[in-house]
Design a binder for this molecule. Structure first.
Ligand code: NAD
Ligand code: UDP
Length: 336
């Protein structure tokens, strides 16, 4: 089977490419390199000793996507192509709505025109909003998002669901990721944020490598065991393997199915800092600062459905995540 990875040069896409190639799938990547580098795809080939067909194209460009899909005839599309920085989405909402929603509409239209009827979509735990208490399960109604990025995910889920209602031959798998961190164990591919990282783990690794002075922990007065927020961190290779399971499931099912991809185990910000220091034997300077607007105190998954229906569950520990994040950062201090 051939899988088209829109946004496949990015952090999660490149790791998923490795997992798919390892499982015997053919992989085609389409990316405009807005937030990634072709070097990531080259390293995927190096790691797997398998070829990846790579197209530089905008997933919102209908003529380009149609050409690629006609040429490649993929059996399934995985849609990673999106802008994902929460703070930036507040400042540039129109850019976020335009890019994220246009790519989704274009991919769906081109799938229809070329007879590809399977799509796996990168959604996010953010769609549960603040209304749903942790652990979040897939039966809960979606909540209100706190930023435009989150709303694009919620809206794209709706678009995909409506498309599947209208076309009974369409198969949609919505994957709601929790907090992906870590890197491939080789240290050859990993997360490569541009500028100052927004997310916790890349900030921690950049402090450890000496690029930033100290981490600010956003809030130490939450109603949690150590006062810092709890999240469901998941190793990116576990997440990648979750996509392989989703593609396999999707091949045999039409309609819409939603899966959380998380571990079900919450950890605090200080758990991350302490585990990182311990397993890597390196210190990370930090200070407790004010809360960040929009952060929820506790977010973690009920991971039961993916286990029972997909037969997938996360295997790697927090120590694995911290070790592999550091291995990537120290071997690639400037990224790709
Ligand atoms: P990433 O930025 O590393 O990867 C996204 C890729 O999409 C990049 O390679 C980028 O160049 C590409 N892209 C963006 N717009 C495009 C366009 N118009 N045409 C072609 N390519 C385009 O991000 P990631 O962490 O790998 O995330 C992948 C997906 O998962 C995104 O949709 C993101 O919103 C979603 N997600 C990520 C997280 C996370 O914490 N990393 C959590 C939940 C959901
Ligand atoms: N966080 C932090 N300092 C940072 C970045 C993040 O304390 O520089 C905290 C943040 O408040 C949250 C957790 O780390 O509790 C994870 O944040 P991230 O932005 O990585 O993911 P989110 O859960 O917000 O999507």
């Amino acid at each position: 089977m051939k899988i088209l990875l829109a946004g496949g040069a990015g952090y999660i896409g490149s790791h998923t490419a490795v997992a798919l190639l390892k499982a015997g799938y053919q992989v085609v990547v389409l990316d405009n390199f807005d937030n990634s580098s072709p070097e990531a795809v080259r390293r995927v080939e190096e790691l797997t000793h398998k070829p990846v067909v790579l197209y530089e194209a905008d997933a919102a460009d209908k003529a380009a996507v149609l050409n690629i899909m006609k040429q490649e005839q993929p059996d399934c599309v995985i849609h990673f192509a999106g802008l994902k920085a929460v703070g930036e989405s507040v400042k540039q909402p129109l850019r976020y709505y335009r890019n994220n929603i246009d790519t989704t509409l274009t991919l769906l239209e081109c799938m229809e025109l070329t007879g590809c009827r399977k799509i796996v979509f990168s959604s996010s735990a953010t769609v549960y909003g603040e209304e749903n208490p942790a652990p979040c399960n897939e039966e809960m109604p979606k909540g209100s998002c706190t930023n435009p990025y989150g709303w694009t995910k919620s809206m794209m889920e709706q678009i995909l669901q409506d498309a599947a209602v209208a076309d009974k031959n369409l198969g949609v798998v919505l994957l709601r990721y929790f907090n992906p961190i870590g890197a491939h164990e080789s240290g050859r591919i990993g997360e490569n944020p541009r500028g100052i990282p927004n997310n916790l783990m890349p900030y921690v690794t950049q402090v450890a490598v000496g690029k930033r002075e100290r981490l600010t922990v956003f809030g130490g007065d939450y109603d949690t065991p150590d006062g810092t927020c709890l999240r469901d961190y998941i190793h990116v290779m576990d997440l990648a393997e979750g996509h392989v399971a989703a593609v396999e499931y999707g091949a045999g099912h039409n309609g819409v199915e939603i899966f959380n991809l998380g571990t079900g185990q919450p950890y605090s910000v200080l758990d991350i800092v302490n585990t990182f220091q311990q397993v890597n034997n390196i210190s990370v300077a930090y200070e407790i600062g004010p809360r960040r607007a929009g952060d929820l105190p506790v977010v973690y998954a009920d991971a039961t459905k993916a286990k029972t229906v997909l037969g997938w569950q996360a295997k790697r520990s927090l120590a694995d995540m911290c070790r592999d994040s550091w291995n990537w950062q120290k071997n690639n201090p400037e990224g790709y």
